[in-house]
Design a protein around this ligand. Structure first.
Ligand code: ZN
Length: 104
């Protein structure tokens, strides 16, 4: 795996690998810090307890995501969507752009 397959996003704080570029689904998300990306999978993250939250697009059960190495809060995971139109987000990860850097 020496080719482009190792392109990934890392924690901007400790450089822990967090997500693969190929698992990036969308860059059109907004978090409290600004832009955020949606990923199919995330690695080396720890999930906080899930809780209900009203977001701009609807109501969800989400869990905050923390870096497994440095403990930095990175974003959240959609655990459950209460609106049918948002069901596709279930199980997906949101990582804040400001918390990551991309390493090729
Ligand atoms: Zn970290």
């Amino acid at each position: 795996m020496e080719s482009g397959a190792n392109s990934l996003y890392r924690c901007s704080n400790c450089r822990n690998p967090l997500a693969l570029v190929e698992d990036l689904l969308s860059k059109n998300f907004i978090a409290k810090s600004g832009k955020a990306y949606m990923f199919q999978h995330a690695m080396n993250v720890v999930l906080g307890p899930k809780y209900d939250k009203q977001l701009i697009t609807g109501r969800y059960s989400i869990a905050d995501i923390f870096c497994s190495k440095c403990g930095e809060e990175l974003g959240w995971k959609y655990v459950q969507a209460y609106d049918m139109k948002n069901r596709f987000k279930e199980g997906k990860f949101i990582l804040e752009e400001i918390k990551m850097f991309q390493k090729y």
